[in-house]
Design a protein around this ligand. Structure first.
Ligand SMILES: Nc1nc2c(c(=O)[nH]1)N[C@H]1C(S)=C(S)[C@@H](COP(=O)(O)O)O[C@H]1N2
Ligand SMILES: [Mo]
Length: 166
């Protein structure tokens, strides 16, 4: 038996990437490793309430959602606040659970919320599980989408039809 085949085999870690898509010039497929190496990592110590399990305390690390989304070049006019304020960010988990944020919640000129795409939870890498959305100011845990599969960015499709009275 060769030395190589005698080595214990550790299977390569499963990677769970997500798709960053929508009204962006540069759609991307990003793994947790990409999120860790491509952007500054921020830390958040959070407590959120879960209806089934009670309060959860966690420490998360990862890039800011807005920095990752900006690098995909959303098609808004970056210089115009009013234009940026029309956009939404929808985040979906592998099980279909999803949530919507307004772009303005995370935009530094508006809500400036330090929402993260986590790469680590409580010191453990999320490479296998997939990234998790971290919304530090939320009291409830429902927007902490785990195993993220899609991040969609786009404008609310406003109908400019005049409202009609019945
Ligand atoms: N993908 C996915 N993420 C999810 C959920 C879910 O059902 N699917 N539940 C949310 C809810 S309601 C809570 S409270 C937090 C924490 O839930 P847990 O403690 O069951 O992990 O995860 C959130 N993230
Ligand atoms: Mo929850």
């Amino acid at each position: 038996m060769s030395r190589l085949s005698a080595q214990p085999r550790t299977p390569p870690p499963l990677l769970t990437p997500f798709a960053l898509l929508g009204d962006v010039e540069r759609p991307a497929t990003l793994t947790v490793a990409d999120l860790r190496s491509g952007w500054e990592q921020h830390r958040a110590e959070v407590v959120f309430d879960c209806a089934t399990n009670g309060p959860q305390h966690h420490s998360f690390e990862g890039p800011l959602l807005r920095e990752v989304v900006l690098d995909a070049h959303p098609v808004f006019d970056a210089r115009r606040r009013k234009d940026r304020s029309r956009y939404l960010v929808a985040v979906t988990g592998g099980d279909g659970h999803h949530t919507v944020l307004s772009w303005a919640e995370v935009d530094a000129d508006f809500g400036n919320a330090p929402v993260l795409l986590a790469t680590r939870m409580d010191g453990r890498g999320l490479d296998g599980a997939g990234s998790q959305l971290v919304v530090p100011a939320d009291r409830c845990g429902a927007r902490y989408i785990s195993a993220i599969s899609h991040v969609w960015v786009g404008a609310w499709p406003v109908s400019v039809q005049p409202a009609r009275c019945a």
